[in-house]
Ligand binder design. Structure first.
Ligand SMILES: Cc1ncc(COP(=O)(O)O)c(C=O)c1O
Length: 467
């Protein structure tokens, strides 16, 4: 099927079924699309054509993955109700579906009991985990005047530093080891100097998909007593894969011992944007959310999701889409969803192998997940960076869409791509092989990449002949 198929008969049948639930009501009218509406839709189609082809396998740049058809159609179906998952009053069925979908994610990481919910995305999900970390620290601290810090690696998403500022708690950054994970020795010396509430372990760093060493972080938690929060916004699902390297697998095996966990269904979970998820191992942390509301929570004594989340109104449709996707593609090892992740890992490894044999390009690390970062060989960091930018542009002319990323010198040492370090960072190329189809398309990807390299080198050196 082409990506731009209309929803078709199965959707119409499901819609009729949904409508029949309200058949006993007297007929009421709804707004028609109208001529202006038709014109507006046409205008939307024209405006939205001005985008990179995110849905296509030749788009292998940023973290963008098309939602599964079941997610898109379930979301559209839910729009006929437009539920609000703040309270059961506004979204009875979809709130229950959210609880079921989140419980399945909890089981995926090994938790039979948990407290969790969906939210707008990874930022909001991490915010709640860091906020609970702050509250837990404050309730434990004797005298309680010092706020415990949030600590994350230099490769953690920048959101953690910003969220710490919003929460009014100190933030400290831990340097990286040579694989791009958190340097455990550096973390220990930081823990000796500073009161730490939460250590953030990243499972799949944004720039290169690196995985922090969870077993060692857990050992340090035993000694120092911080909360361990796992930011798996990007990589949280990969524990289902059968293709992880042993050290990476070891990290995933430890996730169940973390205190809180974040995953973004709107990244690898095949969902439309607006779907993050935060889960706590100990349901008792729900006490921090306690509040009275004179407006809501009338319809039932059952838990209203607004009672355990910071956001109030939220799209119930996001929960419906996730529930439907997990029903069609259960979160189990060996299932279709897991095998999609396997394909992504294999695609990234194949790209890495191609780059390892390349005369001009050089991969920085073996990919832990499905993100590959590589540099361009050059006499200096400045020339290498300029070439990376030119290859990025040439590739786009060939309909191959990559991303660029600035990498610190420390992460380039092993690959050794440049002669002279005349700049503090190196602009590299980056590919997120997030679509299972990337595996089948990899030869096409590398073929176009090689042509882009040839074109960029020819252009670069014809404009600036080497001295
Ligand atoms: C590891 C990690 N954490 C958090 C975020 C922020 O998530 P969101 O963009 O959904 O708010 C991202 C986004 O790329 C991420 O990669």
């Amino acid at each position: 099927l082409s990506y731009f198929e209309p929803f078709g008969v199965p959707f119409d049948v499901a819609l009729a079924e949904l409508g029949s639930a309200f058949e006993s009501l007297p007929q009421a009218t709804a707004d028609a699309l109208g001529e202006d509406g038709v014109e507006a839709l046409q205008a939307v189609a024209q405006r939205m054509g001005d985008n990179y082809p995110y849905h296509h396998p030749l788009y292998i740049g940023q973290m963008l993955k098309p939602p599964h058809p079941v997610a898109r159609q379930a979301y559209a179906l839910a729009q006929y109700i437009n539920p609000n998952n703040h309270a059961l009053d506004g979204g009875r069925a979809s709130s229950r579906m959210e609880k079921e979908a989140v419980a399945q994610i909890a089981v995926m990481i090994g938790w039979d009991t948990h407290l969790g919910h969906l939210c707008g995305g990874g930022t909001m999900a991490n915010f709640e985990a860091l906020w609970v970390g702050r509250e837990e620290f404050a309730s434990r601290a004797e005298g309680g005047h010092e706020a415990g810090a949030v600590v994350a690696s230099a490769a953690a998403h920048y959101t953690h530093q910003r969220l710490s500022a919003v929460l009014g708690v100190p933030f400290a950054q831990v340097p990286l080891d040579s694989a791009g994970g958190m340097d455990v020795t550096a973390l220990r010396s930081l823990l000796d100097q500073q009161a730490v509430a939460t250590v953030v372990a990243t499972l799949g760093s944004t720039a290169m998909g690196a995985v922090d060493p969870l077993p060692q972080l857990l050992a340090l938690r035993e000694e120092y007593g911080f909360r361990l929060h796992v930011d798996g916004a990007y990589g949280g699902y990969f524990g289902l894969s059968a293709k992880l390297a042993p050290a990476v697998r070891d990290a995933y095996e430890c996730v169940s011992q973390a205190d809180s966990f974040v995953v973004d269904p709107h990244k690898h979970g095949l969902q439309p944007y607006g779907c993050g998820c935060v889960i706590f191992r100990d349901p008792a942390v729900g006490r921090h959310y306690q509040h009275d509301s004179p407006y809501t929570y009338f319809s039932s004594d059952e838990l209203h999701l607004g009672e355990i989340s910071l956001e109030c109104s939220r799209a119930g449709a996001a929960a419906v889409a996730l529930w439907a996707t997990q029903r069609a593609l259960p979160l189990v090892p060996g299932g279709d969803f897991a095998s999609g992740l396997d394909h992504c890992l294999l695609a990234a490894r194949r790209l890495h192998t191609h780059l390892s044999r390349h005369a001009t390009l050089v991969p920085l690390q073996e990919p832990a997940l499905d993100i590959v970062v590589w540099a361009v060989r050059g006499p200096s960091a400045t020339v290498s960076s300029a070439l990376a930018q030119e290859i990025f542009e040439e590739a786009a002319r060939l309909d191959l869409h990559l991303a660029v990323v600035s990498m610190p010198q420390t992460l380039c040492v092993e690959a050794d791509p440049v002669g002279e370090w005349d700049a503090p960072v190196l602009v590299c190329l980056r590919a997120c092989a997030m679509k299972p189809q990337h595996l089948a398309w990899l030869n096409e990807v590398t073929d176009r990449l090689d042509r882009a390299v040839d074109a960029a080198l020819a252009r670069h050196y014809s404009e600036r002949p080497p001295s």
